[in-house]
Design a protein around this ligand. Structure first.
Ligand SMILES: Nc1ncnc2c1ncn2[C@@H]1O[C@H](COP(=O)(O)OP(=O)(O)OP(=O)(O)O)[C@@H](O)[C@H]1O
Ligand SMILES: [Mg+2]
Length: 209
């Protein structure tokens, strides 16, 4: 039902977008367009969350290090401070698009709550570890498990600034990591900030760093 409603709302939103072009007052027009954009983004995120539960990308050998460097560049292009720390190459059998989405969701949060984000990659014999770190306020221990649930956002996220979402980013990232047979966990960073750790199992023969 949620999928059907989200899907159907897209059409009237598109119509409203066209109509709002006729609003003469420029301030009103641009605010209206911003609101409509926000509604569209929310619907897209609900739809992609619901889709994600059903459709799984297939596992392929991919360079996880270049995926992470690509994400770093993509945020850099948007004027965000993101640094990659890790090897230049690290081959592993993963779902590349899903992994890209998962880490992107974490970096989106990191640059929203902190000023700078670091994506760290470590490769060992049996697993790869991806840490997304920020220098923001972090998350209280009591909330760490909660925020992995869908539709949970912190109080500060409730007031709808342009970055506020539906509370789906972390739960999507977690679902993707679980589907890889991995684990996602939240940790405190010193002196402040959050570390989101993704650990994925790898087979010995697929590591060729
Ligand atoms: N790096 C972080 N630092 C501090 N708080 C965080 C961080 N990442 C997530 N949170 C908290 O966890 C909540 C849930 O995060 P999640 O990414 O699931 O949803 P969202 O960012 O609110 O919305 P969406 O990702 O759907 O746009 C956030 O609202 C915020 O309160
Ligand atoms: Mg988010």
């Amino acid at each position: 039902m949620l999928a059907a409603i989200s899907h159907d709302l897209r059409t009237p939103i598109t119509r409203m977008r066209l109509r709002s072009e006729f609003i003469e007052d420029e301030t009103h027009r641009s605010r209206m367009l911003d609101d409509l954009d926000q509604m569209r983004v929310m619907l897209e995120s609900v739809l992609s969350f619901l889709r994600n539960d059903r459709r799984l990308e297939s596992m392929t050998l991919a360079d996880v290090a270049s995926t992470l460097q690509l994400i770093t560049d993509q945020f850099g292009d948007m004027g965000r401070k993101v640094v990659y720390d890790g090897p230049a190459h690290a081959m592993a059998t993963v779902r590349p698009d899903d992994l890209h989405r998962s880490v992107t969701n974490l970096v989106e949060n990191a640059v929203r709550f902190g000023a700078e984000a670091v994506i760290r990659l470590r490769v060992s014999d049996d697993r790869i570890t991806i840490d997304v770190e920020d220098d923001g306020p972090g998350i209280l221990d009591a909330q760490k498990l909660n925020v992995l649930e869908p539709f949970v956002c912190g109080d500060d996220a409730r007031n709808m600034d342009e970055a506020a979402g539906f509370g789906l980013g972390l739960s999507i990232a977690n679902a993707i990591v679980l589907a890889h047979g991995g684990a996602l966990s939240l940790h405190d960073r010193q002196p402040h900030g959050l570390v989101v750790r993704i650990q994925l199992p790898v087979h010995q023969q697929s590591i060729a760093a």
